[in-house]
Design a protein around this ligand. Structure first.
Ligand code: SF4
Length: 289
């Protein structure tokens, strides 16, 4: 296995075999993201990827989960993804799922038939960082895809049978858009109707445009208490057919988890309990950032 550091994966892929099919991120411009700043985007040659799969099959023949690296493996055409998925199926008899980060443009560039083909070959889960449902904030953070593009991508992937996990960033609107950010994000996630939703808290990382904006005073971070209010507005505006909701990433001040819509009132109750000061918020030194 050959990796170019740094390597990132979602927390839920902790036990997956991480297979690099690209290096870096084809967009690499989001204002808050430091993940691939130091990596020039490139596509790995297919022979190298197939070699890696052979090596992994010898060392970990019972692999059940594979996560395709890096920032957006779906940027590869279906024609390039198909032989990789076929090799994974052929080499790992116990394979249960293949997943990757996805961006909206990469999904929307594929036809419905191609998405269905990728699903039939085992690509069953995609992670999409929506971050915000607010148009103004979406422009500010240079997401590279419109809100409608992102809604369409999640709906199309799921129509093809690929479950989608959508990530949102509390605090991404700064103080001036905090309310709009939270409400619009809840509404947009509802339009997407994903199977999983993860809430994280925005963290300005040195080297990113967001960090420079914070230093320059043009982006004002919200307080932990204001983050709770965003969480409340977000959950209040979620109307979903059936999803797992989590705010248990290390960056969160109030870890929550449940199923929506069934647990909506319980989650809102837990947030109100915390807002009333009955639950200590996670201290900064425990946020693991
Ligand atoms: S957030 Fe995702 S799409 Fe944006 S730069 Fe980072 S890896 Fe690329």
């Amino acid at each position: 296995m050959r990796y170019r550091e740094p390597v990132y994966r979602p927390p839920s892929e902790a036990n997956s075999y991480l297979l690099p099919v690209t290096d870096g991120c084809s967009h690499n411009k989001c204002s808050y993201c430091a993940m691939y700043i130091a990596k020039r985007f490139s596509v790995r040659p297919l022979e190298e990827v197939l070699d890696d799969i052979d090596m992994a099959a010898q060392r970990m023949p019972r692999t059940r989960r594979v996560f395709l690296l890096d920032g957006d493996a779906m940027t590869l055409s279906a024609a390039k993804l198909v032989p990789i998925l076929e090799a994974l199926r052929a080499n790992f008899p116990e394979l249960q799922r293949v997943s990757s980060y996805t961006n909206a443009i990469s999904v929307n560039n594929k036809t419905d038939e191609e998405l269905a083909q990728l699903r039939s070959l085992g690509l069953t889960l995609g992670y999409l960082g929506l971050e915000t449902g607010d148009e103004i904030v979406n422009e500010r953070i240079v997401k590279g895809a419109s809100i409608d593009d992102q809604v369409r991508a999640v709906q199309r992937a799921q129509a093809a049978g690929i479950k989608m996990s959508v990530m949102v960033l509390l605090g991404m609107g700064g103080r001036d858009r905090t309310r709009e950010h939270a409400i619009h994000t809840g509404q947009v996630v509802s339009r997407m109707d994903p199977r999983y939703i993860s809430c994280l808290c925005v963290t300005p990382v040195p080297g990113t445009p967001l960090h420079e904006q914070v230093e320059a005073g043009t982006f004002e971070m919200i307080t932990p208490e204001e983050t709770l209010e965003e969480l409340r507005l977000l959950v209040e505006n979620l109307e979903l057919s059936g999803a797992v909701f989590r705010s248990n990433h290390a960056s969160n001040y109030l870890p929550l988890g449940g199923r929506l819509p069934a647990d909506k009132q319980r989650l809102l109750g837990a947030i109100a309990h915390a807002q009333a000061g009955n639950v200590p918020l996670k201290p900064e030194f425990l946020r693991g950032l």
